[in-house]
Design a protein around this ligand. Structure first.
Ligand SMILES: O=C(O)CCC(=O)C(=O)O
Length: 277
């Protein structure tokens, strides 16, 4: 890959203060992470995915909310982006791991006027992995603000070590997750917003939000009838992560090749940092 992606030095994007804030708050906005050329290429990839959805796509029951996961395994463009860009290097600096692997990627498109929220959740209870070095970069492919469903976060909740029962993002609970008795039920955060330290970020295309997999987050629908909200999330893992196919985790992320407790050494999770020659 030419250095058109993330051609700024990594320490320009994540200096020590950014890393400190990321570790304390659980979330931080990173500006101009992806250049215009790559924003256009990713938008093209999103259009292709929506026209020809991969097997892991959901249109969430025609609510104007389109999602897909593991796109990089179906589209060379996304594969180039998640494996060759500097996101792996940024993840290494942010969660402090000498080696970083790609975990998976996920697309969240809210069409103009889509009323479909994403319920409050933390990610790791959905994912069949344990360990602390797990994070996402949510990359804005549109201007994102309060009108079109920007993602909100409960500051500091990544450190609570509270595992909340996953729920489907679909409007009915027909596809819900198996109940894990070790997980807590999610409190009604919407009904009690003032009790939580909720933060969010206005973003321009090419900005990203970096967040730990244990932070609580969710989003409202897209009330803006003139602007879509395309978000593309790339998820990365460090060396402390182990395969952990607990009850209640997403079946789409289970693999036959690993046993519970094993490290994540599998081609499906390529090493992205250090970069190979
Ligand atoms: O894009 C959204 O509204 C939700 C994103 C999300 O839940 C995630 O990236 O884990």
């Amino acid at each position: 890959m030419s250095d058109t992606v993330l051609d700024r030095p990594a320490h320009d994007i994540v200096d020590d203060e950014t890393i400190e804030r990321f570790r304390a708050d659980g979330v931080v906005a990173l500006r101009n992470v992806v250049d215009d050329e790559w924003v256009e290429r990713l938008r093209g990839g999103v259009a292709d995915e929506m026209a020809n959805p991969s097997p892991t796509a959901h249109n969430y029951e025609s609510t104007g909310f389109f999602g897909s996961l593991d796109l990089w395994r179906f589209h060379p463009l996304f594969e180039e982006f998640v494996t060759q860009s500097r996101l792996g290097e940024l993840a290494a600096a942010m969660f402090g791991s000498p080696v970083v692997r790609m975990y998976y990627d996920q697309l969240f498109v809210k069409e103009p006027g889509s009323s479909q929220p994403v319920p409050w959740h933390n990610d790791q209870p959905y994912w069949p992995i344990s360990g602390r070095q797990v994070m996402s970069f949510w990359i804005a492919l549109d201007t994102v603000d309060a009108t079109n469903g920007r993602v909100e976060y409960v500051r500091g909740s990544h450190a609570w070590d509270r595992w909340f029962q996953p729920r489907t993002f679909a409007p009915t609970n027909a596809h819900d997750y198996e109940r894990n008795p070790d997980y807590e039920l999610m409190p009604d955060i919407e009904a009690d917003r003032d009790s939580y330290d909720i933060i969010s970020f206005d973003l321009e295309p090419g900005d990203a939000v970096a967040f730990w997999a244990m932070i609580l987050h969710g989003s409202q629908g897209n009330a803006n009838r003139g602007r879509a909200r395309r978000g593309y999330a790339a998820r990365y893992i460090g060396t402390d992560v182990r395969y952990d196919p607990r009850i209640g985790t997403a079946q789409a992320l289970h693999v036959d090749e690993l046993e519970a407790g094993s490290t994540m050494e599998l081609d499906r999770y390529p090493v992205v940092w250090p970069r190979s020659a």
